[in-house]
Design a protein around this ligand. Structure first.
Ligand code: ZN
Length: 276
């Protein structure tokens, strides 16, 4: 038998990929500090009178956040305001580290849950995250205005993903910070505890009436095509609503057919008229 020539395997170095910067200047004075999983992105808005952070990621990544601020020449005490887009653990986690020097703001419906440390909605303990308590200094409402000098942020209450969700709209530059309400491509988030689909439909309809040039979400890519994304978001939200109807129609059909078969599962059986 002819011996096969053995071709030596050459170990090649993987091609070096250019490292993506974790601090991205989106506009003069507006930075995205990229999310450290499982945390959200953190946005820094440097106005000429005040500096604001939008969300803070998870508590366990605070040191990373601190280093990224240091890259921009900022210390923790240089942050004047922390604005939370909603009450989930991956957006609020490191807030307590800023609380002794910064004002913390969130929508009234998120603030209440945060102050009561409602683990059923924040999911901090569920995800085994350290829970450093803080309270919300300013309870925001739809239409509140935050003036940072160079930039101003209008609060838009956008319930749906949760009841306490807000988006922050900068009307002069046409920016929309969306948290988990809308992502690039018009993708929507899940309906978490406290949220609901019909509120979500109304929220994305309201957003689509704004003049938005840039969409800055809490996760994933930023979008320069909000004119395309927001109409898609309305379609997705409506689809969610329609899917619920389809689901319950199928559920009822299944329940009826099981009742006919005399299913042993009590909760699947059709209730008798007198029990209704
Ligand atoms: Zn969320």
């Amino acid at each position: 038998m002819k011996e096969k020539a053995i071709v030596p395997r050459v170990q090649t170095e993987p091609e070096a990929q250019p490292e993506q910067s974790q601090v991205i200047e989106l506009l003069p004075g507006i930075y995205q500090l990229r999310g450290e999983k499982p945390g959200s992105h953190v946005y820094l808005v440097r106005g000429d009178t005040k500096n604001a952070l939008i969300d803070t990621g998870v508590a366990g990544k605070f040191q990373v956040l601190k280093r990224r601020l240091a890259e921009l020449g900022l210390r923790v005490r240089d942050i004047d305001l922390v604005i939370l887009t909603h009450e989930h653990y991956d957006h609020i986690g490191a807030t307590a580290f800023f609380h002794h020097t910064a004002v913390v703001a969130a929508h009234r419906l998120a603030a209440n849950k945060l102050e009561l440390q409602d683990e059923f909605v924040t999911f901090r303990k569920y995800h085994d995250q350290p829970t450093k308590p803080f309270w919300v200094d300013v309870w925001l409402e739809d239409g509140s205005m935050i003036d940072l000098g160079t930039y101003e942020l209008q609060v838009i209450h956008t319930p749906g993903h949760t009841s306490g969700c807000i988006c922050l709209y900068e009307p002069r530059a046409g920016l929309l910070f969306t948290g988990d309400t809308v992502f690039a491509g018009g993708t929507l988030s899940e309906i978490a505890v406290g949220g609901n689909v019909s509120d979500y439909v109304n929220s994305v309809r309201r957003l689509s009436n704004l003049k938005v040039k840039q969409l800055y979400p809490g996760h994933g890519k930023v979008s320069s095509a909000p004119d395309e994304d927001l109409p898609k978001a309305i379609v997705y939200a409506q689809t969610m609503l329609d899917d619920c109807k389809t689901f319950f129609e199928a559920f009822i059909k299944t329940r009826k057919s099981r009742a006919k078969l005399g299913s042993a599962f009590g909760y699947w059986t059709e209730p008798r008229d007198k029990e209704i």
